[in-house]
Design a protein around this ligand. Structure first.
Ligand SMILES: Cc1cc2nc3c(=O)[nH]c(=O)nc-3n(C[C@H](O)[C@H](O)[C@H](O)COP(=O)(O)OP(=O)(O)OC[C@H]3O[C@@H](n4cnc5c(N)ncnc54)[C@H](O)[C@@H]3O)c2cc1C
Length: 488
């Protein structure tokens, strides 16, 4: 009997921007083990239309650098990244048919709009989703009653008791070249031409040299620098806004230049004691945010706590501008606002203080802050950002209770004790002595004059836009009235 030689399986590996790596990439490994591999990236106007891209300038810069690095890494392995422009929901099934791909593989996303995209693509071609964004598959952890967790501590206990994250997959040593008939098909019939990644200039975005560099290599270096540097003292340093005590890996985890499994295992192996527990604990807060959004896809529109629906947030353009531009008169709040615009990052403690200030002191909706952060953060992530904002406003999953209102002065004094964070981002106050730095309005006028500050005068640092005690009492009264009324 004559042997029939079957043609090799042809797989489109659809990179979607949250998995920009060759290391520990399950869809790529799987495709490479089964035959021909076509790595694909679609420049979807949902993100890459210039008017959309300009709404996320820092994320776009990091993404484009990471995409360019991915293309180089794939070439190094013998393959290449096929980049085309078009609407992914139409284009991916069309490419699968035209290129005679047997299957399309990709890493799962948790967001509701992404799930809808994947549902539509899967209805039109053979799409297989692989895990990789989280350590455990979203939806896999359940309480004894079979419901999703709504509180972090039992979630993390269930995770640590029942999940052993698999070790990262090795990077393929070599990949097969993209078949010539695939490359020849682009630009023919109804297939678009091959494209190059757009430049920032194409999208009308000015490069910000203060951002972290994207790409897998820079990510690996950051991980190494953290574990060999502040990592062993993470538990003691992580809340200090003035010190580089955290890993700064959030954008890498967001864009997948490092896999979460790689970071988990590297930290679990390199760290010990409290540093290990705290660091892995923060990775589990990330996990919790993604699982929560998976189980409750309405969170991007509705607060987790139903009694917060209809909360009487206020719209005040002057207060908003002061908060967003870093001119509230509260130094730590202003430092955070300016750090966000300046380097696309904000220290976690500063995110918490400033989100609390916007919602509780200024009574402006957490949704406005959430959107502003998504616009300017390099690590802007739907699940984690929404969880952070809802936590801070008091309406989220396992949130800070609404009646805890951070005092921006004492928080500054505690977590920026020498004032280096404020001095770096609010240079108008650089010469104010430390004892008055976090509350400059309490300094004797002569001290302020000697430091070159004319509080509240044009061109100098503003006086506080609200009084902490008054604003706190106002929020608590409003919240009690609203939450009390919604219980009735
Ligand atoms: C209002 C607000 C908005 C936020 N928005 C985002 C966001 O858009 N994207 C984002 O990645 N994180 C967000 N966070 C969480 C946290 O502030 C950042 O992940 C962290 O500051 C990133 O710095 P790092 O990588 O040095 O963190 P590390 O302290 O080194 O922590 C390691 C990793 O754990 C995860 N992590 C740490 N803290 C948290 C947390 N509280 N919740 C969830 N995951 C956490 C991150 O992936 C982080 O990279 C937000 C927090 C708040 C309060």
């Amino acid at each position: 009997m004559a042997l029939r030689i079957l043609p090799p399986v042809r797989t489109l590996v659809w990179y979607r921007g949250k998995d920009l790596r060759v290391a520990d990439h399950a869809p790529l490994r799987d495709a490479a083990a089964s035959g021909e591999v076509v790595p694909l990236f679609v420049l979807d106007p949902y993100f890459f239309a210039p008017e959309r891209a300009r709404e996320l300038p820092h994320r776009m810069q990091f993404l484009l650098e990471s995409l360019t690095a991915l293309a180089a890494n794939l070439e190094h392995l013998g393959s290449r990244l096929v980049i085309v422009a078009g609407r992914a929901v139409d284009l991916v099934p069309r490419l699968a048919r035209a290129l005679r791909a047997d299957r399309v593989v990709a890493q799962r996303w948790c967001e509701p709009f992404a799930r809808e995209r994947d549902r539509r693509v899967a209805a039109a071609c053979k799409l297989e989703l692989f895990e990789g964004e989280t350590l455990a598959p979203p939806g896999s952890l359940r309480t004894g009653a079979g419901t999703p967790y709504g509180v972090f501590t039992p979630f993390s206990r269930a995770f640590l008791g029942g999940v052993s994250p698999a070790p990262p997959l090795p990077t393929p040593r070599k990949l097969p070249p993209v078949p010539p008939d695939v490359l020849a098909a682009f630009g023919r019939g109804d297939l678009p031409r091959l494209a190059a990644p757009p430049t920032l200039a194409d999208l009308g975005i000015t490069r910000n040299p203060a951002l972290q560099p994207g790409g897998e290599r820079a990510a690996r270096e950051r991980l190494k620098a953290f574990l060999n540097g502040p990592g062993p003292r993470y538990h003691a340093l992580r809340d200090r806004m003035d010190l580089p005590g955290t890993s700064r890996l959030s954008a890498d985890l967001k864009f997948g230049t490092l896999s979460i499994r790689t970071v988990w295992h590297a930290a679990a192996d390199a760290l010990a004691g409290d540093a290990r527990t705290r660091y892995l604990g923060e990775l589990l807060w990330r996990e919790f945010a993604h699982h929560t959004l998976w189980d409750r896809p309405t969170l991007l529109e509705q607060p987790f706590r139903p009694d917060f629906v209809g909360f009487p947030w206020r719209d005040d353009a002057t207060l908003w501008d002061a908060w967003a531009s870093g001119h509230t008169g509260y130094p730590v709040i202003d430092a955070a606002a300016r750090q966000l615009l300046g380097e696309g990052f904000v220290h976690n403690r500063a995110r918490m203080i400033t989100a609390s200030f916007l919602t509780k002191h200024l009574l402006i909706s957490f949704r406005r802050g959430e959107a502003h952060y998504l616009e300017w953060l390099t690590d802007g992530d739907w699940a984690q950002n929404d969880a952070g904002w809802q936590w801070s406003a008091g309406c989220g999953c396992d949130a800070q209770p609404y009646f805890r209102v951070f005092n921006p002065v004492t928080q500054g004094q505690r977590f920026d004790p020498e004032g280096a964070y404020v001095r770096r981002w609010v240079p108008e106050l650089a010469r104010v002595p430390t004892r008055w730095l976090h509350a400059p309005w309490t300094a004797p006028p002569l001290e302020l004059a000697a430091a070159g500050v004319r509080l509240g005068k044009a061109g100098s640092y503003p006086a506080p836009i609200v009084d902490h005690a008054v604003a706190r009492a106002r929020f608590l009264a409003l919240a009690r009235a609203h939450l009390g009324a919604s219980k009735r």
